[in-house]
Design a protein around this ligand. Structure first.
Ligand code: TYD
Length: 206
């Protein structure tokens, strides 16, 4: 069976993940790679439910929220991620289960347990880019999108989310300063993905 490459972009709101995910897929395709991106919350039924509920503050307990993110991810894994990987594609995720560890962990649930629950069914990524940015800067970038009161409340929460993102260690994790220029960041991400893609292709020959 062919096996593709799973790349993940993570970071707090406003870190620039979506822009980087789109740009990465475009540049990989230009170089002849079969790349595709998916995001979470997904476009599926649970993802839509999450977005709808997010508009009504505190309509869910942290545990209920975790349950919905897990249902959404299971569906995304079965419908989109696994099929693309088994066709040998490069899959770029705009958020994945590290977001659940960080965001639901920052609401008081156990980060280790959240990670284990996800790794029981979600394929492990080859590379995880953590786009790091101070909470106030991330919020500054998305200010237009939300009201002032909400932003203030959100800053303390995003500080805790950022702390969890910064705590991921291991050879698959690449922590990058998202305060740099967009292009410079994109170049570094692309270079690392290309290096991995070449290594994986050459794998059977080594
Ligand atoms: P976001 O990527 O901002 O989606 P969009 O830009 O389409 O609105 O994600 C929405 C929010 O969901 C964001 O604040 C992070 C949060 N989130 C979690 O709390 N847990 C998760 O597992 C995921 C994937 C996202």
């Amino acid at each position: 069976m062919k096996s593709g490459i799973l790349i993940v972009l993570e970071g707090i709101d406003g870190a620039g993940k979506s822009t980087q995910a789109k740009g990465l897929v475009r540049r990989l395709r230009r170089r002849g790679f079969d790349a595709v991106s998916f995001r979470e919350p997904s476009r599926g039924r649970y993802g839509r439910e999450i977005r709808r509920k997010a508009k009504q503050a505190d309509s869910l307990t942290p545990k209920e929220e975790l349950g919905l993110f897990l249902l959404d991810r299971r569906e995304n894994v079965e419908r989109n991620i696994r099929p693309a990987l088994s066709r040998g594609r490069i899959v770029v995720m705009d958020r994945y289960y590290f977001s659940t560890v960080a965001y639901q962990g920052a609401k008081g649930l156990d980060p280790g347990e959240i990670r284990r629950a996800n790794e029981r069914f979600a394929p492990r990524p080859d590379l995880v880019f953590i786009l790091d940015l101070p909470a106030a800067r991330g919020l500054g970038r998305i200010e237009g999108r939300k009201s002032r009161d909400l932003l203030f409340e959100r800053e303390g929460y995003l500080r805790r989310v950022r702390r969890i993102f910064r705590s991921f260690e291991g050879r698959r994790f690449v922590h990058l300063d998202a305060g740099r220029g967009r292009r410079e960041l994109a170049d570094e991400i692309l270079a690392r993905v290309l290096k991995l893609a070449v290594l994986k292709k050459a794998g059977p020959l080594l």
